[in-house]
Ligand binder design. Structure first.
Ligand code: AMP
Length: 285
């Protein structure tokens, strides 16, 4: 296991790596939980050499407070990775190594995929994601990259980056890991109060309700029922509940359901913390 903090040192090591090796990259922002560990385990299974990057990327935060309070614990993260697998390597760059003197994000044409769902309340977020992902892919030149289904819209964005710039890279999308109550694990969950933690399972329950009742109710009715279910809890606010095609992220309706793989996307703001989740509704593609 190697832990590297300087880009120059990383480049020396990567240059020594054999070209024949399958190099896997797991990009993270740290504060690791079992969701991240599942990505690392998938990478270990499929790759000869695995790198986990830990970098809280400033350009993907549109809200400075969200950036400032983002939980970090590098010591714990390193221990968690070590106890998962001794052979996994870690890259913990500082901001200068990634951005140089000027923190700047690229502008991408994501064909409007960045303008829906998370893109509405987080303008520029996906340009920030694209910028860091592209930089990391350029540094590591991985064969396989591992991302979580939990951030489904992000996987669609990353696939666009791959299609446009890195045709040799293959993305592996790993299933969402949940608490036993169904809450999708997220680094931000640690910011929730005890009261909120007791009630957040309503988010996954709402997705399951949508799946079970998709044919029974209209889209509008489903949304209304879910909004009521969620906002019954003090401090909970439904930011969006939408049904969109997994491939195109276009809105799906029952009329075009035969031509799309419908997925429910939800964002709930709980005590100022945005929690997102999603679930496949139909597989009829
Ligand atoms: P983050 O550190 O939040 O940027 O996440 C790093 C990677 O872990 C992303 O690809 C996320 O989609 C993935 N991830 C985060 N939470 C989960 C989870 N609960 N289950 C599976 N993957 C996850």
């Amino acid at each position: 296991m190697t832990t590297i903090k300087k880009l120059k040192d990383l480049e020396i090591i990567l240059n020594k790596s054999s070209e024949k090796k399958v190099l896997g990259l797991v990009p993270t922002m740290g504060s690791l939980h079992k969701g991240h560990i599942s990505l690392i385990n998938s990478a270990v299974k499929l790759c000869d050499e695995v790198w986990v990057s830990i970098f809280v990327n400033p350009t993907q935060f549109n809200d400075i407070n969200d950036y400032k309070r983002y939980p970090t614990d590098l010591r714990k993260d390193i221990d968690k990775i070590k106890s998962t697998n001794q052979n996994v390597n870690i890259f913990i760059p500082n901001i200068d190594d990634i951005y140089g003197l000027k923190i700047f994000k690229d502008k991408f044409d994501f064909q409007n995929i960045d303008k829906v769902l998370e893109g509405i309340k987080r303008p520029g977020h996906f340009d920030g994601v694209g910028t860091i992902v592209k930089k990391l892919f350029e540094i590591f030149k991985p064969s396989l990259v591992f991302f979580g289904e939990k951030d489904f819209q992000q996987t669609v964005i990353v696939q666009k980056i791959i299609d446009n710039y890195f045709e040799k890279i293959k993305m592996i999308v790993c299933p969402t890991i949940r608490s036993k109550e169904g809450l999708a694990l997220s680094s931000r969950n640690s910011l929730l109060s005890k009261h909120a933690k007791k009630n957040v399972s309503v988010i996954y329950d709402s997705l399951l309700f949508a799946k079970q009742n998709f044919y029974k109710f209209s889209k509008g009715e489903l949304k209304k029922i879910i909004k009521n279910k969620i906002e019954k809890n003090k401090g909970f606010f439904l930011e969006y509940f939408e049904l969109r095609c997994s491939k195109t992220l276009k809105v799906c309706s029952k009329k075009n359901i035969k031509n799309c793989c419908c997925r429910a996307f939800i964002c709930v703001v709980v005590e100022d913390v945005r929690l997102i989740d999603n679930l496949v509704i139909t597989n009829e593609y």
